[in-house]
Design a protein around this ligand. Structure first.
Ligand SMILES: C[S@@+](CC[C@H](N)C(=O)[O-])C[C@H]1O[C@@H](n2cnc3c(N)ncnc32)[C@H](O)[C@@H]1O
Length: 307
């Protein structure tokens, strides 16, 4: 890995101002590659187009020209952010999730591949244990809304409710719901886990509860690297001493809100499978408790059926 100091020297503006936009994009891509970002050149172009306020095609068409002084200053400023470990998704302002784009801000977790696996598992299980018509679906801790909105799109009959304790995250989720045209079927509510939905669940219990709750053990967050620890919201990461504090709460409280026969799916870290399973099995309210593996063969989701 190149040392930051050698990068800083190469990032300095060319004295004769002859540096092309292409060369600056290469510097950004090089910095992203050092940070382990996948596909550095296209990501660098996306970020640069956003920072410069140019449509992507226009940037591609103009890469040979020298940047204006303002563009050069902006791109070099961008490099400072990248060098400081700011995730590319926050610089671009959106992230992909199962083939769709979702706005993200520093108030939301950046959607992860592991959570794409959670949604795929929920949908595969729907093939095995079909949901009722017009299913009532709850997502706890929606962040950018990527899970709730994807479920609403794939299950067009579903009525989806999604909660989060962060008002700022819910504002992003609301914009994403509108962007994807499901704001009429995704209800966003602010509060602590089930607290804001207690009344609506009493009228009509949920058929499906899905969550990717915070599950990083508190003591391990700082070891996740500066891109995560210094940039992503701690509220989205901290799962208490062993990472499974939310899973215990959700399994304890969910039976009050889940219809008999309803199913629950909770994402967890690959090494938390045995402990997550014990949490599910300790509840008298659930049966068919199991850990579902992701497509990479890793323990990924605690699944259970309400008796
Ligand atoms: C791991 S993130 C998941 C975000 C999104 N669902 C995703 O998969 O990308 C967990 C989310 O739970 C929210 N959260 C944390 N504590 C909460 C609580 N007590 N009640 C509701 N949401 C909470 C956080 O604000 C964060 O958006």
């Amino acid at each position: 890995m190149t040392s930051p100091s050698s990068h800083n020297r190469s990032m300095e503006p060319a004295a004769d101002g002859s540096r092309s936009l292409r060369r600056l994009l290469e510097l950004v891509a090089g910095r992203l590659a050092d940070d382990g970002v996948a596909d550095p050149p296209p990501t660098a172009a996306l970020i640069a187009a956003r920072v410069l306020g140019l449509p992507r095609q226009q940037l591609d068409a103009e890469v040979r020209r020298p940047p204006t002084a303002k563009e050069q200053a902006r791109l070099l400023g961008l490099l400072d952010h990248v060098a400081a470990g700011e995730p590319a998704a926050y610089l671009i302002g959106y992230a992909p999730f199962l083939g769709r784009e979702f706005e993200v801000t520093r108030d939301t977790l950046i959607p992860r591949r592991d959570t794409e696996e959670l949604v795929k598992i929920v949908l595969e299980q729907d093939g095995v244990h079909p949901l009722p018509d017009r299913p009532h679906v709850l997502e706890l801790g929606t962040g950018s809304g990527c899970v709730a909105i994807t479920l609403a799109l794939v299950l067009p009959e579903a009525e989806v409710t999604a909660t989060d304790i962060s008002a700022a995250a819910l504002a992003v989720a609301g914009r994403n719901a509108r962007r994807h045209g499901v704001d009429d079927r995704v209800t966003l509510v602010l509060g602590d886990l089930f607290e804001p939905i207690a009344r609506c669940a009493a009228e009509r219990p949920f058929d499906l509860i899905v969550s990717n709750p915070p599950y990083i053990p508190a003591g391990k967050i700082d070891a996740m690297g500066r891109a995560v620890a210094a940039n992503e919201p701690r509220l989205a990461l901290d799962g208490g001493h062993d990472g499974l504090g939310f899973h215990r709460r959700i399994i304890a409280e969910a039976p009050r809100y889940l219809a008999p026969g309803g199913r629950i799916y909770l994402e967890h870290e690959a090494d938390q499978g045995p402990l997550a399973r014990r949490i599910g099995e300790a509840s008298d309210a659930f049966e068919e408790v199991r850990i579902v593996k992701d497509s990479g063969g890793r323990d990924r989701v605690l699944a259970a059926r309400r008796k």
